[in-house]
Write a protein that binds this ligand. Structure first.
Ligand SMILES: [Zn+2]
Length: 88
């Protein structure tokens, strides 16, 4: 579990293996409408550090973060940017 995100449902809906290395990926639409291939496993737990009202730093766990597969694919030369489904 990571925040309100149902990772299993997301994998079922947007999951597809990388054509180059076979790693499980999630293709999720980015802010510009393009699909972004993400490693299906969330990155390590990350924290946002903020100051509380007294000026004390507080580490708050953040919802799941995902790493772009462009930076982790062992065969970036063969990497395909195709989205999981194409209108045909
Ligand atoms: Zn790959």
């Amino acid at each position: 579990m990571s925040g309100g995100l149902d990772l299993e449902a997301l994998k079922e809906r947007n999951g597809r293996p990388c054509e180059a290395c076979g790693a499980p990926l999630l293709f999720v639409r980015g802010p510009r409408g393009r699909f972004i291939p993400l490693d299906a496993s969330p990155a390590r737990q990350v924290y946002r550090v903020q100051l509380d009202l007294a000026g004390e730093p507080i580490a708050e766990p953040v919802e799941a973060f995902f790493v772009s597969h462009f930076s982790t694919c062992p065969e970036p030369g063969r990497f395909s940017r195709r989205p999981p489904e194409r209108a045909s």
